[in-house]
Design a protein around this ligand. Structure first.
Ligand SMILES: Nc1ncnc2c1ncn2[C@@H]1O[C@H](COP(=O)(O)OP(=O)(O)OP(=O)(O)O)[C@@H](O)[C@H]1O
Length: 630
């Protein structure tokens, strides 16, 4: 791809992208408060400011000054607790509309694992551009952005192997795909060396020159890097301590009686002054720029640039497409791309696949050898019951534990992509369920292929199908239960809650067994009905012993086989009234319900509604009360 270089920053022509209106972002009297129980803490204090399109703005300040909070509030990531007016192009901002036009690249640059840069970019193009562009044009878009962000050499590298700088640049490249007019970046240079930081900031400037508003928080930039920023916004103790060009910092400080030593980096100096290292001068600085209202330094020694020379054509207001602000791709297209991505990642995750395969092989071999040839043995009927219970336990833990471990991290990734409007939650959830189900079925079959013949269960097609279907359904329900638990909890909490929740379900599944058909008290009957393992256990027993199975064989060396008659045994277990299809329906209903609950919890995690926020606030209140009563 030929890139024409016509300016010091280089002109990167981006063709085929949807055209968006340039957006100037301003805010007046912006405050942000958090309340921890009784105490309220002011993090931003009535600050003002303006960030213009076509410019790269750095938010600087000492640690804890409120830089990330300002970015979060402006990006709409934190809304509760914020007050003041935020305007876009002079009009009050519609936060929902703004979210559709802006992108937020967070500090932790989480990227989808196991896909290459090129694949990640193409998938982002498929998700974000839908069918508006054909494959050839999408490839051109991707190619141009790869060139713009100098990712050419890394195009075939999988994301885990990228360097820190490449990761940051890929995170930016992915968000550029549908040409957002406003881009927020939280500390894009953190963890990068001087050269990589400088490359990253220069590229951001090129991105800004396309008419985009680019705002990033930065930690102590070098003097050279500092001079690259068009505008600098300094936050000190939640207030604006300077707003203007980087060249204006020294004269501003001079004017308020704080001359910057000639050998000193102005960025370091203003941060040190803001953090109170040379005495309390913050009030003076805040007054000097009227807490962000003063416009005087915004044009100080401004480096003129010609829009015409740059790639402004993408954002020319006169030719803005009649874009709708909804997703560019349909739900079905998103589903297809996401399912493809998930399947690709599953296949490439060889280590995990081998681990899961070996785990099923190992458990299958252990259970198979523990219960060898007991299926037709009249003296081992109780052991066979134990085998069925062991199958249920295996189908509970083997699919659930990997989800408890992996899904909390996945949620963080979804959060970033969802917030930046890559896709809707429905297509994502559907793709997740559809892509992981075949693997679960496959591994369940591997386990059953070992244990079923090894334990000499009846080789009748109907019974085999019933046994297999029950195990698969139990595994799918367990997997969904893992998703419910890990959709709101961290890895540590999920790993704790998962096994704790399953123990009562396990106990309930065998409660009352051995009492024949006498029904347990109604309360226990109801509790037992909640255990999906109970339905699974009944399903397995009916599969191998139901439908008038002939008496089992009593070995010659055994005098008396009490449970040789399976009908008698099933009655004793309290399962003579069991209807296999009812149990399967119940398992299916539970599978559906758990998936709906997982979807609901995930949705609330990504964009909580008022009821959910209220529940969270009540929870926090109770926690605070408990803490204060100690
Ligand atoms: N939810 C919260 N509850 C209590 N305090 C908070 C909360 N969020 C932020 N803070 C506090 O607000 C202040 C500003 O935080 P913020 O993350 O915006 O700082 P920062 O300038 O980005 O710092 P750094 O450069 O170290 O990342 C900090 O003192 C932080 O402890």
């Amino acid at each position: 791809m030929e890139i024409q270089m016509s300016s010091p920053l280089g002109r990167a022509h981006l063709s085929h992208l949807p055209q968006r209106p340039p957006i100037n972002l301003s805010f007046q009297d912006l405050s942000y408060t958090v309340s921890n129980g009784k105490v309220s803490k002011f993090i931003l204090r009535s600050i003002n400011g303006e960030f213009r399109s076509g410019q790269l703005t750095a938010i600087l300040g000492p640690s804890g000054a409120g830089k990330s909070t300002l970015l979060n509030v402006l990006a709409g990531y934190r809304v509760l607790g914020a007050s003041g007016v935020i305007s876009t192009n002079g009009n009050p901002r519609d936060v929902n509309l703004f979210r559709k036009l802006s992108r937020y690249i967070m500090q932790d640059d989480l990227l989808q694992p196991l896909i290459t840069v090129q694949e990640a970019m193409l998938m982002a193009a498929d998700l974000k551009l839908g069918d508006n562009l054909d494959r050839a044009k999408k490839t051109v878009v991707v190619e141009e952005i790869i060139q713009l962000l100098r990712l050419n050499k890394a195009r075939n590298t999988v994301t885990e192997n990228l360097s820190g700088g490449e990761r940051k640049r890929l995170a930016i490249a992915l968000e550029l795909v549908n040409n957002p007019p406003v881009i927020f970046l939280d500390e894009p240079t953190t963890g990068l060396d001087d050269v990589a930081s400088s490359t990253c900031v220069s590229l951001l400037k090129r991105v800004a020159r396309g008419g985009r508003t680019v705002i990033c928080s930065v930690h102590t930039p070098s003097a050279r890097l500092f001079s690259v920023f068009d505008q600098v916004y300094v936050v000190a103790d939640g207030r604006c301590a300077y707003q203007g060009t980087s060249a204006g910092v020294v004269p501003f400080l001079q004017e308020i009686g704080l001359p910057c030593p000639t050998t000193y980096n102005p960025a370091d100096f203003i941060i040190e002054v803001s953090s109170g290292e040379y005495g309390s001068h913050v009030d003076k600085m805040v007054q000097g720029v009227e807490n962000g209202r003063c416009q005087r330094w915004k044009s100080y020694a401004i480096e003129e640039y010609q829009y015409g020379e740059e790639e402004i054509e993408q954002l020319n207001t006169e030719v803005i497409e009649k874009h709708n602000y909804h997703y560019e791709s349909t739900g079905y297209q998103q589903f297809k791309v996401l399912a493809r991505r998930m399947v690709l990642q599953t296949f490439r995750n060889r280590g995990y696949l081998w681990l899961r395969f070996s785990m099923h092989l190992f458990i299958g071999t252990i259970i198979g050898s523990l219960f060898t040839n007991i299926g037709f043995d009249g003296s081992k009927t109780l052991y066979n019951f134990g085998f069925c219970f062991a199958c249920i336990l295996a189908m509970l833990y083997t699919p659930m534990m990997p989800i408890l471990l992996a899904f909390p991290t996945e949620v963080m990734l979804i959060k970033r992509e969802y917030f930046n409007r890559w896709y809707g939650l429905k297509p994502y959830f559907a793709a997740m369920v559809v892509s992981r189900t075949p693997a679960t079925i496959f591994f369940t079959l591997i386990y059953l292929a070992i244990v079923y013949p090894a334990t000499a269960q009846p080789m009748e097609l109907t019974r085999i199908l019933m046994f297999v279907s029950t195990c698969i359904l139990v595994a799918l329900v367990a997997e969904s239960m893992g998703t419910v638990i890990s959709s709101t909890l961290s890895i540590v909490n999920s790993m704790f809650v998962g096994p704790v929740v399953t123990v009562p379900l396990m106990l309930l599944s065998v409660y009352g067994i051995g009492n024949g058909d006498d029904p347990p008290p109604i309360i226990w009957k109801m509790a037992r009905a909640c255990s999906f393992m109970r339905y699974g256990l009944e399903g397995l027993i009916v599969a191998i012993y139901g439908d008038s199975r002939a008496d089992l064989v009593c070995p010659e060396d055994v005098d008396y086989c009490e449970y040789k008659n399976v009908k008698y045994f099933v009655k004793l277990m309290g399962m003579s009234q069991v209807c296999y299809w009812f149990d399967m329906c119940m398992l299916f209903v539970m599978l559906l319900t758990l998936n709906l609950v997982a979807y609901y919890l995930l949705r609330q995690r990504l964009s909580p509604n008022y009821a959910f926020r209220a529940i969270k606030l009540i929870g926090r209140f109770i926690k605070n009360r408990m803490n204060s009563s100690h």
